[in-house]
Design a protein around this ligand. Structure first.
Ligand SMILES: [Ca+2]
Length: 482
């Protein structure tokens, strides 16, 4: 029998003495989904999954329509926003916490709060965890233990859950299917929400909120859900509102790949997964079911926050580590720097602030300085994000004129008008330029079209400058020269 939740209390590396805390210091509730594209939330796009909890939070907070991750893969994205450094600023590109790169003395987001008197805890996946492997084991993954006073892992059966499972990928080569983090597979599971990791995560988070209410000190509670990351496992009832036959797939354009460089073709596609239209639709339907299940767990946490009257004094942030392709250009999953993969949902709700929709660019690396400023903490000078705090009072206020994202060997610069992707440091593996005003779904690559040569050059120069800024971090400057 599985333990409901694995609990471990750990001690923070006591390299600092917590500061005195003023009365009424706001709490922080940080909620993060895994592999959740903004496209699948009904507050971002109508006609997708029903997400009343996240939509409700959006009506109370500021919803960012152009928020981007810094690396559309779990590990480096999470290391980036937890440390406040870009992947190229710290050198963290893999499935790791980034501690090795930032060193023992730089404080992560939650360590900074701990230094200022907060009790910090995580439930579930905040730094990288392998899904489903670490979830099946109830393991810590690539956690950074000194970032938490307390941490709790939620174990779940994932693809081994009892119920009706279906492998959507075609097992063409006769090998056993890979049960890793990249397999399109669904399980309409028997049992209730608590049979799975996210149900346990919500339950533990609710328990901690009640406990922390009387702690006498502010808390930073980070709640990390693992859906809608594959495998698409959720109780059966969440699948019922999403019959696959009702799914409308993104428009398929003949020759769509002809103007995409090879480096821009995603690692998972309908072609290499051998998906026919029925399987494509089943995958989208199962993703929506997973999102609906996730939303129901978010609802429990937000309801408890309200019932305990903590909502009056708690800053709530909801986001995802990156997006996800749902068959756009026949692409699946993440890694890609196209819009659906690089953009993330982001909602920040601060008690006493008016709700709003903010269309200016935001990056996940901005969360650390933003939430610090909102809570009245100093913003560490050397971290690389920018505070979005002003946008919470004035959603028209622009903090950034572009968003920057990388996937290791390729780079994205997204401005009002353009999405520019450069493959290889010097573009040696190809370039993609999209006019986002006329071609928001990115069907026509304008790189190489003579009329757009000036725009291409301009974006290329801007991207080069931005990469240089990102690489000019104190971490890299202080690294011993080889
Ligand atoms: Ca992820």
């Amino acid at each position: 029998m599985h333990r409901v939740i694995l609990g471990l209390a750990v001690l923070l590396g006591a390299s600092f003495t917590p500061a005195a805390v003023p009365a009424n210091q706001p709490n922080v509730l940080f909620i993060i989904a895994d592999d959740l594209t903004a496209e699948a939330l009904s507050c971002y796009r109508k006609g997708t999954a029903a997400t009343p909890a996240v939509d409700g939070l959006a009506t109370r907070g500021t919803r960012y329509t152009r928020a981007y991750c810094q690396f559309p893969v779990c590990g480096p994205s999470r290391a980036s926003f937890m440390s406040g450094y870009y992947p190229h600023g710290s050198g963290t590109m893999g499935y790791e916490s980034g501690r090795k790169q930032i060193g023992p003395d730089r404080l992560t987001w939650t360590q900074h709060f701990a230094k200022h008197g907060y009790h910090t805890a995580r439930v579930g996946k905040i730094f990288h965890m392998g899904v489903p492997g670490d979830i099946e084991r109830g393991a810590d993954g690539a956690d950074d233990p000194v970032s938490w006073h307390e941490r709790f892992n939620s174990q779940g059966p994932e693809w081994k859950a009892r119920g009706d499972g279906e492998l959507l990928e075609n097992n063409r080569d006769g090998k056993l299917p890979v049960k890793g983090g990249n397999t399109l597979e669904l399980v309409k599971a028997d049992g209730d929400d608590l049979a799975h990791a996210d149900g346990k995560t919500a339950q533990k988070a609710c328990e901690l909120l009640k406990k922390y209410k009387t702690n006498g000190k502010p808390f930073f509670l980070a709640v990390g859900f693992v859906r809608p990351h594959v495998p698409f496992v959720a109780p059966r009832n969440y699948f019922e509102p999403y019959p696959w036959k009702d799914v409308t797939l993104p428009k398929k354009v003949a020759g769509d790949w002809d103007d995409i460089p090879k480096a821009g073709i995603n690692y998972k596609t309908s072609r290499n997964l051998d998906l026919d239209e029925e399987r494509e639709k089943k995958a989208v339907a199962a993703y929506f079911a997973s999102v609906a299940y996730l939303d129901a767990q978010v609802a429990k946490v937000l309801d408890t926050l309200k019932e305990e009257k903590l909502d009056q004094n708690t800053v709530v942030v909801f986001t995802s580590d990156h997006g996800f392709h749902l068959c756009e250009h026949d692409f699946w999953m993440k890694v890609s720097l196209m819009e659906e993969s690089a953009r993330v949902p982001l909602i920040v709700a601060v008690p006493g602030k008016k709700p709003g929709v903010c269309n200016t660019f935001a990056e996940l690396v901005d969360l650390y300085p933003t939430v610090s400023e909102v809570c009245g903490l100093p913003v560490p000078e050397l971290i690389q994000g920018k505070s979005l705090a002003k946008t919470l009072d004035d959603p028209k206020h622009a903090v950034r004129d572009a968003a920057f994202c990388v996937n290791g060997g390729s780079f994205l610069l997204r401005t009002d008008r353009w999405a520019y992707i450069r493959h290889g440091r010097d573009g040696q593996n190809g370039k993609q330029l999209y006019d986002m005003e006329k071609d928001a779904r990115q069907y026509t690559n304008l790189a190489g079209v003579p009329e757009y040569a000036t725009a291409l050059k301009d974006m290329d120069d801007r991207l080069t400058r931005r990469l240089a800024e990102v690489e000019d971090s104190d971490i890299r400057r202080n690294r011993p020269k080889k």
